[in-house]
Design a protein around this ligand. Sequence first.
Ligand code: GTP
Ligand code: MG
Length: 699
Amino acid sequence: MKEFTPDHIRNVALIGHGGAGKTSIAEAMLFSAGSTTRLGRVEEGNTLSDYHPDEIERQISINASLLFCEWKSHKINILDTPGYTDFTGEVKSSLRVADTALVLLKAVEGAEVGTEIVWKYTTEYDNAVIFVVNKLDQENADFDRTVHQAREMISHDIVPVQFPLRAGLGFDTVIDVVRMKMLKFEAGGTGKFAESEIPADAQARAKEMRQGLLELIAETDENLLNKYLEGGGLSDDEFRRGLRAGILSRKLFPLLCASSTQNIGIASLMDFLVEYAPSPLDQGDLHGAAPGDGGTKDVTAKQDPSGPPSVFVFKTVSESHVGELSFFRVCTGAVSPGLDMVNETNGKTERLAQLFVMNGKERKEINRLLAGDLGAVVKLKDTHTNNTLSSRAFPVVYSPVEFPSPVFHSAITPRAKGDEDRMSTGLHAIHQEDPTFVFHVEGELHQTIISGQGELHLDIVVKRLKQRYNVEVDLSEPRVAYRETIKAVVKDAEYKHKKQTGGHGQYGHVHLRLEPLKRGQGFEFVDEIVGGVVPGKFIPAVEKGVVEIMKEGVLAGYPVVDVRVALHYGSYHDVDSSEMAFKVAAAQAFRKGFMEAKPILLEPIYNIEVKVPEDAMGDVMGDISSRRGKIGGMEGAGHYQVIRAQVPAAELHKYATVLRSKTGGRGVFSATMSHYEEVPREVAEKIVAAAEKAKEQAA
Ligand SMILES: Nc1nc2c(ncn2[C@@H]2O[C@H](COP(=O)(O)OP(=O)(O)OP(=O)(O)O)[C@@H](O)[C@H]2O)c(=O)[nH]1
Ligand SMILES: [Mg+2]
């Protein structure tokens, strides 16, 4: 395979709302460029990009795929990202290594929520952005409405540089105001087009759009503007340079036309990418940090193929037949198999094995990749998503992708006893591949909690566990970490533990006083014994007996907190008393006293912050109240409102899904543990009843 220098590379991420046609457009690009001989279809499960069984089954993209094609001596690297909100992590990591984002809009539905979300990420990574109105062959396609709506919703700097001659069924012609030509595409999906003069009935519109474009281009640069205002017009070269510069600096976002399944507008789109989208070099030098020194020292990295090599790993996947595959961007220098590199995150050395360029599931081995290019390598030992590999001569760490925090949680248990270890190995591997998925073990509640971006995300994790690690699991609602405490003082809780069994007897006798403490004060033990009625050597055993029963819980099996226990009286036996006997007595006395001291359950309360569009606010607030939530306040943020509230943890299960459905996908929320509060009586009764039932079943 040919080597591509950075000026001949275009790194493009396809992004946009679910089902906009990203995968289909990638397929059409590859087909038009001759990289594949068949135009695959998402419905038929035969695209190069959506090849995972889950993707084929659901007909949506779940993983970002890396593909490439050669177009007019340039290499276009394509990152086909998923549109479904649960997988926005994939979009972020793709935008991190792409120079250009291609945002797809649907010609019927227009820009949608998912588009708005990923658009914001392009701002974060400062990508050049090009819009494409896709599906222009659909019956109710409306180009003007789509453009208008996208300008309102996304940005007023969106500028059409093409328009369809007749959108809808039979769509095959695009008027291009950059070329000032009509492009008529061949029937039958070959992707080829013929260029001719713009027909009379489209002339006026084309001229008007061209004029508008000229003005915008002139406005991106002071020299051009002066020339333009002096009536000088712009030369072709100035026009081209101005358009490129405007796109690079995000001053304007050109918009083009397509129908990906009919392969219309794709070849001209690739022409546009080659001509006007930035190459890696246009982004200038990269910046990283020097390892050590707390990562504060800035390092400038030149995207020069002849310099020392460094790569940034933006994604890892485990493929059953090859093991781990790490996807990277060559940031500086060039890389080849056999090269030794250092992972500065963990200090380990990695020798690069075979290198590949990827076309979804297909890959080609390659001898060398230069700065600016994207590729994959197999079998790195200890390098994961977000790691940098660099050389001793040029140590550097590039800033990691900040992934969204998890919002959806579930408890997970292996179906078969003995599968715990395999499950945990699997979860660990999945987390390393996909940092938006996390898990942890709740020791106190004896459960493993998995967390991700939504229900579908966790469903996919469950499937992967089965497919790759052969572990079947069940998901359930996470148990809530309730606490038990008391509301009243019990002055005297007495228990005498006395047993005569053959030889040695057992004797321990205590009087305890139980008092409630303030929230968060924990546990206090007070020794008020006078005159040695309980000998000093047994007192630690009394405390231990109390502590043990507190851990176990009395009311419903949850730990007891916020009590003071005073040992104020008791008795002993010279021969039969032992630490054990006092421990038993103390536990029993505590249990008795606890039940008399108006015992209650406490539940964890979370602070939540919910950001919702104004029109959904009433519904979302009503829902928070129905979840026993207390609204603390709200404040406006553009068309959004931020609601702050406190809600019991028990009411937050699946909240991410609920919020999404109440807000058409626009609502987001975060939750952090705040404090413990008393569980209302009717709720507490149910929890106690459930605990008793569970205990009976266990017995
Ligand atoms: N009529 C028509 N259908 C299209 C076009 N592009 C895509 N489709 C269909 O729209 C559906 C979604 O297309 P995809 O290519 O999977 O869309 P996507 O943006 O990759 O979807 P996600 O990856 O799930 O976000 C499929 O059924 C496609 O066949 C188009 O230009 N015209
Ligand atoms: Mg897709």
